[in-house]
Write a protein that binds this ligand. Structure first.
Ligand code: SF4
Length: 418
């Protein structure tokens, strides 16, 4: 196995003044192809290139959850024209089968049309990669293909994210982590001496060893609000390309109406020198790129905004259980009130820091086991929506939309959606 550096890009000309190329006004294929035409792809000649889109969930292209298939198609074509051997790989979130996700997203079709290899990156055993500069983590379990290919290209969807602010080119690399180890990053203890959440520090740590060589951010249909999977689709019709993933993310943030400095993992990574987020130091083409910006609604800061009759006790909870709860309430919140008296608010506990909970509390996750005698306890680390539904209704839960037993979060599959 040839281990290659995932931190130095052969497409990057200046580590201090990176270039970013934005394209819009055409369809996803035309925009991607036009943006990539601004990059000298000749370093990819005779190289093996792994395209890593965001196909972590079972969702159709128009949902704003997965990378548009025509963006992936244009990237395959452009790299092949540059003389590269191209494959597309993904390791989806827990509970989602890679093949099903590729099918639903339209990736299987465009790959077969081009006789392009699709890789389930969970199929083989991981490689343990040290993170020497890590603050929250000191190693990662990485899918082997990520280390075997010469070049890795990140193709995320432009999305807000309930835990990390946004999910763009750098965060998308979390999909290179093997199977359940992705969830591990959401279950880290607080880092002493740091105000930032451990997940944000961990993503910055990850970007010290897993930075893509090129980033193609898909803003064809993004997601605002409760991303990465429970928000609203946001059509924007742009593509952002750069060899500096931090610069690409920073420009995408600007297009989304937010600032990279306000996104902890980008701020921390840039402070450590992994990339550039200072807009004054980034050269963007074309001049009128600002015209494509359209503010994305941010994720809600707390659940009470969207669910006023629900009290959440979440002391020392990790984002895995938070995700389960967010998605459960998003998809099934109304059913909760069918199972509890209508004149009371519902109390829900997650995490291990709640010393006491009121009688009748819905206790979600193993961390709340000590309160099991005080209400309804749903075991799991984290549990999934179907378990909560089954527990509160007292019978196997059926998704009314498709009639199937709910074994995973509807529409997006898997659990939790992080
Ligand atoms: S039960 Fe929930 S809060 Fe506790 S460690 Fe597991 S996922 Fe985290």
């Amino acid at each position: 196995m040839t281990l290659i550096s995932l931190t130095e890009s052969p497409f990057r000309h200046s580590p201090i003044h990176p270039s970013v190329h934005v394209a819009g006004g055409d369809g996803p294929y035309g925009n991607t192809y036009a943006a990539l035409a601004q990059v000298d792809l000749s370093p990819a000649r005779r190289k093996r290139v792994l395209l890593k889109p965001n196909i972590g969930r079972v969702a159709p292209p128009e949902a704003g959850i997965t990378t548009h298939p025509q963006v992936v198609a244009a990237a395959i074509d452009a790299f092949r024209e540059a003389g590269a051997d191209v494959a597309v790989g993904e390791s989806p979130i827990l509970g989602v089968k890679t093949e099903e996700a590729f099918d639903a997203a339209g990736i299987t079709l465009i790959a077969h049309e081009r006789d392009c290899l699709l890789i389930d990156m969970d199929a083989r055993r991981f490689v343990e990669v040290p993170v020497p500069d890590g603050v929250a983590i000191n190693s990662l379990k990485v899918c082997p293909e990520v280390l075997e290919y010469d070049l890795v290209v990140s193709l995320p969807v432009m999305k807000m994210h309930m835990h990390t602010g946004v999910t763009l080119a750098l965060k998308n690399m979390k999909g290179c982590l093997w199977r359940r180890s992705k969830v591990d990053l959401h279950m880290l203890p607080p880092v002493e001496g740091h105000d930032e959440k451990p997940i944000d520090i961990a993503i910055a740590d990850m970007s010290s060893v897993l930075r893509p060589h090129l980033s193609i951010i898909d803003g064809t249909v993004g997601m605002e609000g409760l991303g990465p999977s429970a928000g609203q689709a946001k059509p924007l019709g742009v593509i952002v390309v750069s060899a500096d993933a931090f610069a690409a993310d920073a420009i995408a943030c600007k297009l989304m109406g937010t600032a990279a400095e306000d996104i902890p993992h980008l701020r921390i990574g840039a402070q450590r020198g992994y990339g550039v987020i200072d807009l004054d130091s980034i050269s963007v083409t074309p001049d009128g790129w600002h015209d494509w910006s359209s503010p994305f609604a941010p994720p809600p800061e707390n659940l009470s905004i969207e669910f006023p009759n629900i009290k959440v006790l979440d002391k020392n909870s990790c984002s895995a259980c938070q995700s389960t709860l967010f998605l459960f309430l998003k998809h099934y919140g109304n059913r909760l009130f069918d199972c509890f008296p209508s004149d009371t608010s519902v109390c829900i506990a997650i995490g291990k820091g709640n010393e006491e909970v009121p009688e009748g509390t819905l206790c979600i996750g193993n961390c709340t086991a000590l309160h099991r005698g005080n209400g309804i306890f749903i075991p799991g680390c984290p549990p999934v929506s179907s378990q909560i539904l089954t527990a509160i209704s007292g019978k196997p839960s059926v998704d009314s939309k498709d009639g199937h037993i709910v074994t995973s979060d509807i529409a997006v599959g898997g659990a939790p959606s992080i």
